[in-house]
Design a protein. Structure first.
Length: 138
């Protein structure tokens, strides 16, 4: 495994999170929000693999529901974990919704929802042992 430093692609990258993913063919991909607009998720791919400095190519901007604030919580080689919160704080019961995004297809899938609690975070866990992957009847 090789570590290196790379500049972010040219854009107004937000502080709401940036996710580094495997873009295929040994190249890096980066997902992040465009400025304070957390309803616009940008995706860029490194054009030159393994070379420095990295040159980025913007691939796609994904529009998310503008009635919510979105945050990137975590990233693995292939998946991104997004949190979605209501944009208005007047809701009496704030519910966080979690979505997984496949870095190859850029498809979102709802994972779960839970009542907001500042004391408990959510994290991605991968590489489950095979015994936990199969569904068993109890």
């Amino acid at each position: 495994m090789e570590f290196s430093i790379a500049n972010l692609p040219p854009a107004d990258w937000s502080t709401k999170g940036v996710g580094i993913v495997e873009a295929g063919e040994g190249r890096l991909g980066i997902l992040g929000f465009d400025g304070d607009f957390t309803s616009h998720l940008s995706y860029a791919v490194a054009r030159n693999k393994g070379e420095s400095p990295i040159q980025w190519q913007m691939e796609k901007t994904i529009s998310l529901d503008s009635g919510y604030k979105h945050f990137i919580d975590a990233a693995t080689e292939r998946h991104l974990l997004l949190t979605r919160k209501p944009a208005s704080s007047v809701h009496s019961l704030l519910v966080d919704e979690y979505f997984s995004m496949d870095a190859k297809t850029l498809q979102l899938q709802r994972v779960c929802a839970k009542q907001f609690s500042p004391r408990y975070g959510t994290h991605i866990y991968t590489n489950f042992p095979p015994s936990l992957l199969s569904s068993r009847a109890v």
